[in-house]
Design a protein around this ligand. Structure first.
Ligand SMILES: Cc1cc2nc3c(=O)[nH]c(=O)nc-3n(C[C@H](O)[C@H](O)[C@H](O)COP(=O)(O)OP(=O)(O)OC[C@H]3O[C@@H](n4cnc5c(N)ncnc54)[C@H](O)[C@@H]3O)c2cc1C
Length: 458
């Protein structure tokens, strides 16, 4: 370990090489093995990152990039002989152009920093996640994060205009760009978006910013079942078009745990499924009651059992807390496994029903809590307690076994593959596609020095 520290200290300074007790005092985030390699480097510039890559390659040390450690697929796990590299010191917003609507920032900047910097200009990033306070732009890009507004603004990929990445051999690849249109040859930045730190270390990012709605309306609704919720979604798309920002769903097992924990009585506890709808409005006050009027029509059409529109920012936050506070499930039910599957909307009711039956049969005592970005066909499933490898295998078998019975699905809609879902990648990508991914990896990182073992083995 000392040898490794001595190797990097001359490049980035001894205080930026963290080992031993200093390392053990740090939180490991959502990946318990984040620091199992025993060394964390905190460079301050792309040049530092480049030097680290060169040295690491020379000495056969693999590098695992770290952002805010909110990733949910063990993508930041390190093993002995690997060094973690955190972008936390590269945390400056470099430029924000309010007219063009773009922001360029170092990769360690958190999403919340961008939200705060954009707000005074009446702008906001298109990607928003519950982990906004900790997740970084580098993490967001390398996982191609989705989040609660993907239905309106797309995923990270749709919002990133350019980036800078350092390759395994230390080459700094300047793919930065602030233009909306730039078809000069291959759009290489796309390789680094969603590749989970396996092809390069992202050091800088330029994001599109969107005009912030002058008002938002948020509703919590309860329907008898999924079919009715789909009807509400279809009607909301027609009624609001591009003003529909979010359409989220919570199944009763999930909603009831959190609502009871938060002492919340905003809607009846007896609905078959719950949803959160958020709409954004620009300009005058003529849209102020649009969501209320929409819900009134849904009631009249027999689609809603209950519903309430937030009357204040506090109430809006309470509604979002019900949807976003998924950690409550673990604190109440014990350690859970979390899944992030994607299906065609029509298949969702059948999938959830069969999954619940299968878990009840194969995994006695395990709770199954389902919620997610319904408008995107993206379900998050928390299942637990799962105290040992045998229960892990049984729950995986249920989640993916049932998923395989439907066509056109994915084992990872937005969280990525990491280590956690590696064994299940072939369920979502054909053999030839995985072989092409491996060729790409071999071309850019032939010695497998960057985040080895994540997504697939090399
Ligand atoms: C409460 C909660 C809610 C969440 N909600 C959502 C959601 O709605 N949608 C969604 O998509 N995700 C969600 N996530 C998952 C997570 O927040 C996102 O994946 C996020 O983008 C990860 O960012 P991070 O900075 O924490 O990355 P980390 O966890 O640090 O890293 C994630 C992966 O990216 C790699 N990486 C990190 N930084 C870099 C870099 N600079 N260059 C190259 N590779 C890098 C890491 O090696 C790792 O493989 C949620 C997580 C939590 C805890």
């Amino acid at each position: 370990m000392n040898k490794i520290s001595e190797l990097f200290a001359p490049v980035i300074g001894a205080k930026n090489v963290i080992t031993g007790e200093r390392l053990s005092l740090r939180g490991t985030g959502y990946c318990a093995a984040s620091y199992d390699g025993g060394v964390l480097l905190t460079p301050g510039s792309a040049q530092d990152v480049s030097e680290i890559c060169r040295l690491a390659a020379e000495h056969g040390l693999a590098i695992v990039p770290h952002g805010g450690l909110t990733g949910l697929v063990q993508g930041t796990a390190t093993a002995p002989g690997q060094v973690a590299l955190s972008l936390e010191k590269m945390n400056r917003i470099l430029d924000l152009d309010p007219v063009q609507g773009v922001v360029t920032a170092e990769a360690g900047v958190t999403l919340q920093q961008v939200i705060d910097a954009a707000e005074p200009h009446g702008l906001a990033p298109g990607v928003d996640l519950p982990s906004r306070g900790s997740c970084t732009l580098g993490g967001l890009a390398s996982t191609n994060a989705g989040g609660i507004q993907a239905i309106r603004y797309g995923m990270a990929r749709d919002n990133i205009l350019g980036l800078e990445a350092v390759l395994a051999d230390g080459t700094v690849l300047d793919l930065n760009n602030t233009l909306l249109k730039n078809n000069a040859g291959y759009d290489l930045k796309q390789l680094f978006i969603g590749s989970e730190g396996t092809l390069g270390i992202i050091t800088k990012i330029t994001l599109r910013l969107h005009s912030r709605p002058s008002s938002v309306q948020t509703a919590l609704i309860g329907c008898a079942g999924t079919e009715d919720l789909f009807q509400v979604l279809a009607s909301a798309r027609k009624a609001f078009g591009g003003s529909l920002l979010s359409f989220e769903a919570m199944w009763p097992e999930f909603f009831t745990q959190i609502a009871t924990h938060l002492g919340n009585r905003l809607v009846s506890p007896d609905c078959g499924i719950y949803g959160v709808i958020e709409t954004g409005h620009w300009g005058g006050t003529e849209h102020e009651d649009a969501l209320t009027a929409f819900l009134a029509q849904c009631f009249e059409d027999g689609l809603l059992q209950d519903g309430t529109v937030a009357q204040s920012e506090t109430q809006r936050r309470t509604i979002w807390q019900l949807r976003e506070d998924a950690d409550v499930i673990e604190s109440l039910c014990g350690p859970c496994l979390s899944y992030d599957v994607g299906l065609r909307l029509n298949d969702i009711p059948g999938y959830v029903e069969q999954l619940q039956e299968r878990i009840a049969k194969d995994c006695p005592g395990v709770g199954c809590y389902v919620f997610g970005h319904m408008g995107d066909g993206n379900l998050h499933i928390m299942a637990g307690p799962a105290p040992d490898p045998a229960s892990h295998t049984a729950i995986d078998g249920a989640v993916y076994g049932v998923l395989q019975q439907f066509a056109g699905t994915t084992v990872s809609a937005e969280h990525g593959i990491g280590l956690e879902k590696r064994a299940h990648l072939p369920l979502s990508r054909p053999e030839a596609a995985i072989a092409a991914m491996k060729q790409l990896k071999a071309a850019l990182d032939p010695k497998c020095m960057l985040n080895p073992g994540k997504i697939f083995t090399c």
